[in-house]
Ligand binder design. Structure first.
Ligand code: ADP
Ligand code: MG
Length: 287
């Protein structure tokens, strides 16, 4: 490999918003056959909004916002914003804990409370009516957050994050290049499938806890596939390092950016297609 050709490729790619950290990446890109994507903030815009509240709207939002005040999760931000828009004030909670990939728990006015996924709702009572509502909302590509208080589900909050308008085109272009596309997410399967269908993703791996993402990449590699992973979050760093090619969204967290061999300056998946095309061209020139 001649350093000059590398420099050229890298300078040109930088102009197109693709930062390639080292020459080894070029070779790895030429061998890829699967591209795995994180969902939130990568395929989707990552700015979820509350669309529905089931139960006593004010009570459900008040409890949820009081618990979420200490969380930095995008779902927490969506709930806080809706509570604020509705003119609700948050109450102080005790013993707040965040459960990674699941939700938050705290003591609300002397009672055990939580806000989070189905996984957190297992130990409490949930009416058939609520279950039916949750399924309906999930089938509509909405993430359902359960609000529990004193051993009962008092309500549901549906939150929707939309696909970036550029995502379907990017996925189609990757498929046209013979690559298999996979979504890897902590979100519920119904929501993940609905978004995957909207953008044309081939396969969905849902309900994955943050610390399991890298293991899933490894399992795909164990089938003999060369894998790229595209992500943006703190949770994505191990998967970015494990993948043959880690592609970080430039809008993502610092730790994700540090873990990627390729960084996309624009928050747009068409950058993945560009990165692959540039890497291949440069690699063929120096080979
Ligand atoms: P993703 O892989 O899509 O970025 P996460 O792993 O961050 O998702 O979260 C997985 C799921 O855990 C969410 O879809 C949600 O149901 C639940 N969850 C996590 N954090 C919170 C929170 N602060 N409030 C409510 N629900 C949460
Ligand atoms: Mg993400």
């Amino acid at each position: 490999a001649t350093p000059t050709a590398l420099m050229v490729g890298t300078a040109r790619s930088a102009k197109m918003g693709v930062l390639i950290k080292n020459g080894e990446v070029l070779q790895e890109v030429s061998d890829l056959d699967t591209v795995v994507f994180d969902k939130t903030g990568t395929i989707t815009v990552g700015k979820p909004q509350v669309t529905d509240v089931i139960g006593d709207t004010n009570q459900v939002l008040q409890v949820a916002a009081s618990l979420e005040e200490s969380s930095e999760h995008p779902l927490a931000t969506a709930i806080m914003k809706r509570a604020e828009d509705d003119g609700l004030t948050v109450d102080k909670v005790q013993e707040f804990t965040a459960i990674e990939g699941k939700g938050v728990r705290a003591e609300y006015q002397g009672q055990e409370a939580f806000v989070g996924s189905e996984r957190l709702s297992d130990e409490v009572n949930i009416s058939q009516e609520m279950k039916t509502q949750a399924q309906k909302l999930q089938n509509a590509a909405k993430t359902v957050v359960y609000v529990g208080l004193a051993g009962e589900i008092i309500g549901l909050i549906a939150i929707q994050d939309v696909a970036k308008p550029s995502s379907p085109e990017a996925i189609a272009e990757l498929k046209a290049r013979g690559l298999k596309t996979v979504m890897l997410t902590g979100d519920n399967e119904a929501v993940a499938k609905a978004i995957a269908d909207q953008v044309g993703i081939d396969q969905v791996i849902a309900g994955v806890l943050p610390n399991e993402k890298a293991q899933h990449i490894k399992a795909i590699q164990d089938t003999g596939a060369k894998v790229a992973f595209v992500g943006d979050g703190i949770n994505d760093a191990p998967a970015l390092s494990t993948a043959d090619v880690g592609i970080a969204m430039g809008s993502g967290t610092d730790i994700a950016i540090d873990s990627g061999g390729i960084v996309l300056v624009q928050n747009d998946l068409r950058g993945v297609v560009r990165a692959l095309d540039i890497s291949k061209k440069t690699f063929n020139r120096i080979k």
